[in-house]
Structure formats: C-alpha cells, structure tokens
Design a protein around this ligand. Structure first.
Ligand code: TXA
Ligand code: MG
Length: 323
C-alpha cells in the first residue's frame, strides 16, 4: 500500500467512509483514525499499529452534544470540565452506550471520549456521521508522532493517507480522567494538568496507581520508548555511573559542561513547561538518529505539565528496567 501525505479533507473523508484508516492531526499528537462504529475499520487500526486488542481506543467527536450518543450518566463535573477544556486535550471515561462496539473499549463498560482541538480534524469530524476511534498514530510501544512525517516514518505502507495539519501544538497526549462518587480519577497524566481539573471542579483528583492495572489501560508501562536505554534522575550523578558511554542528555533548561552540544537537548531554554512538552517527543526521535548509547534525562518539577513529562520519561525508562 502506498501512503500519501496531504491536506485534502475530502479525500480523508472518502477513505474513512469506505472503512479505511487515516492518520489525523490533533493538538496533542497525531491519531490513527477509523469509523468507531465499524468493527472492520477498528480492527484495521489495531492491525496497522500492531496494538494488542485489550488496549482500548479513544472516541473522537466534534461537540459535547454528541457525548450522550455514546456515553451515559454524564456527571455535572464532566459538563463543567467540558465547558472549560473541550475542544481540548482532556479525555473523559464514562459508561458506554450500546452504540459503541466492544472492540473500541476492549470489552470495558466504559468509553473514553474527547473533542480534539485541531481546526482540520474538527472540520473533518463535523462532516462525518460517525465518531472516530483513534489511538496515537505510532507503532505500538514507540514514541507518539507529533508531525505527519513522524507518522509516515512509523506507518508507511500500512495506511493509505496521512492528513497533514502541521506540527502538533501541544505535543503530549490528552489527560484521561474518570468520575467516581465525589472524586475525579486520573488515569493518565497529560496536557491538562491535575491542578486545573481540581480548580474547575473543586473536587479532589485521585491518581490511579501504575501497579494495579493491565485492565486499566492508559497504563501500559512500556510506552513512549526510544530505541536506546533512558535513565531519569540527577544527570550529574548518572553521568558518573555511565562514564565511558556515549551519552545524550535531555534537560529542562540547563546546559551541561558535557557532552558536546549536538548530544544535549534542552527542552525549553526559558524553562517553560508548554515549550518543553512540545519538544519532548521530537527530541526522543532525534536522539534515536544519533549514535548515542544511552539517554540521561532530568526529572522535571512535579507540578503542572511537569508531571506528564515525568510520566512519559518514566515509562521510557521502565521499558529498559523491565527488559
Ligand atoms: O491525546 C490523545 O489522547 C491522543 C490523540 C490521538 O487523541 N490519543 C491517544 O490514544 O493517546 P492512545 O490510544 O495512544 O492512548 C489512549 C489511552 C490508551 O492507553 C488506552 O488504554 C486508554 O487511553 N483508554 C482508551 N479507552 C479506554 C477505556 N474505555 N477504558 C480505559 N482506558 C482507556
Ligand atoms: Mg499511544
């Protein structure tokens, strides 16, 4: 199969209506989209990504009105959050309606749903009479794509079309939350910080721990992995431990004396979380093209987007710790 990159929304619609999968831009990362109500199309998503079928997919819709077509028991706190953050990088886990195939939710009674804030994809969704199921458009286990070219590099030959909407403005996946009694449950740190969710709802946010799951997706540890080992922590001490190896460094704002500049990646010289988030996945991919042996990454401050950045770095580290 030839994979084309272009900005033709009508062509993307044609493919989607035929039950094919198309990569779409969102503000977070590129998604690999198919008709969520068509099981054949959903199967193609799992296949193209080589993703295990026990890991469910997020439903993408164009407006909050559509939530009730696919989800039920929508709590007031969800409405409040949607009024503030949707369209945007917040995903809500809600009881699903029968209209959503079990294949999308991997058998769960809950569906994850969000409204992406990308003008191209919103326009696309508005012209469809079905929602799109879309995981990040990377081969399973690799770093999420934040440009059309990244998608091409990973899925070339497996999908017909990549709808190019430019580089992703946020660069980090959506935050995933659920609702329980008087609590918000955080399933995945992401582009909307926990603090903002607490502020809008006035409700406490409880973090789902990483060790409980396998059945609580969002949560496979072996995600976001570059090709070489990554260690997270105090870079100066890590450099001593890994002395003699060819080291690449990822820092928030600091420049180190060693290694040479081409192997140092400062995510935001002005220490801005948004800029750092936008650069993270791009940098992980860049480092994969160098001949480094190992990546040493600073731990970010545990606040705001820093938590989501640490989460992704930790998962990248976990792959090598566990393997
Ligand atoms: O920003 C994003 O969320 C991007 C863009 C494309 O929208 N999507 C994305 O999808 O990151 P994905 O599949 O790479 O990650 C979504 C996570 C998965 O780890 C999945 O396990 C979890 O959401 N998830 C989806 N549906 C779920 C459900 N019904 N119950 C629990 N977790 C769910
Ligand atoms: Mg993903």
């Amino acid at each position: 199969m030839q994979t084309q990159i272009g900005s033709d929304i009508s062509l993307a619609i044609e493919y989607l209506k035929l039950g094919d999968v198309v990569a779409i831009p969102t503000e977070t990362v590129y998604g690999l989209a198919g008709n969520a109500l068509d099981e054949e199309a959903v199967l193609k998503i799992y296949e193209a990504k080589q993703r295990p079928r026990f890991n469910p997919l997020i439903l993408h819709v164009s407006s909050f009105d559509q939530f009730s077509l696919y989800a039920s028991d929508i709590p007031e706190s969800c409405r409040m959050l949607a009024a503030k953050f949707s369209p945007g990088p917040l995903t809500y886990l809600l009881p699903k309606q029968d209209s959503v195939p079990d294949l999308v939710t991997a058998g769960s009674e809950k569906v994850a749903i969000r409204i992406p804030a990308h003008p191209v994809t919103l326009q696309l969704l508005q012209q469809l009479d079905f929602p799109l199921a879309a995981p990040s458009a990377n081969p399973f286990g690799y770093v999420s794509p934040v440009t059309a070219q990244h998608v091409f590099d990973g899925l070339q030959g497996r999908i017909p079309y990549i709808l190019d909407g430019g580089p992703c403005a946020v660069g980090l996946e959506s935050t995933i939350i659920g609702f329980e009694n008087n609590e918000i449950i955080l399933y995945r740190h992401g582009a909307i910080p926990q603090e903002s969710i607490e502020e809008v709802t006035g409700m406490p946010v409880r973090q789902m721990s990483h060790t409980v799951q396998i059945d609580t997706p969002g949560q496979l540890k072996s995600h976001y992995a570059p090709r070489i080992p990554l260690w997270l922590g105090d870079v100066d001490s890590l450099m001593q431990v890994h002395h003699g190896k060819k080291i690449a460094v990822i820092s928030f704002a600091k420049r180190y004396v060693y290694p040479e500049p081409a192997f140092q990646f400062i995510l935001s010289p002005s220490a801005d979380f948004h800029e750092a988030a936008r650069n993270l996945f791009k940098v992980l991919r860049q480092i994969d093209t160098l001949d480094a042996d190992i990546i040493l990454a600073e731990r970010f401050p545990e606040a705001g987007l820093g938590r989501a950045i640490n989460d992704r770095l930790q998962r990248a580290q976990a792959v090598f710790k566990n393997s």
